[in-house]
Design a protein around this ligand. Sequence first.
Ligand code: HEC
Length: 173
Amino acid sequence: MQKPFVYSFGAALLVLFILLHTSCKKEESISGTDLELYNMATETEGFTWYQNSDILLNRSAASGHNEAFLRTRYNTVASTHLDATGKVKAQTVFNEGSLIVKELWSNELSINRYAILYKQSEHEFADENGWVWGYINTDKTVKAPSSDKGVSCISCHMQTNNIDNTLMNKYFP
Ligand code: HEC
């Protein structure tokens, strides 16, 4: 075999290897605000559970979320709006910095996704009530980007008897 042929064959193999390697690499589509929301949602310290309970609830019939089970938690800022029974106080307008994380479980063993509400009025993705909407899979891929500004969420979350766009009280009284 001619040496130049061996070299170019080797080079071609190398290129093929690099191409295969990069295309097989898991996509890290998450960045910016979605990554920030993901990091805050996976940090479980300092949260209070809705109705003070971490048991998995059956999704309500009206849920816009497909998973069978859910449970919802409130960070230290948001939890100041919960009463002693762990329900959101009537007429609440959540304070800046409030973070509400709904864990969506496809079965009793695995969380599939986080649905997130983050009160950050000055944020570029905030809606007119100051909420940034996050919808992020546990594998760190994004189901609905926060840059969508809750376009697929808001109409449902504006229904009668919402409290500052939240629905847990209505469906889990
Ligand atoms: C068709 C109606 C509907 C749509 C669309 C919807 N949701 Fe919800 N959401 C609910 C209901 C009902 C609840 C109460 C718990 C349950 O049954 O799932 C809820 C609960 C939540 C909660 C817990 C806080 C609370 O009390 O509301 C968050 C956070 C949330 N949704 C985020 C989102 C995000 C983000 C989107 C869009 C990507 C979205 N939701 C789209 C109906 C909807």
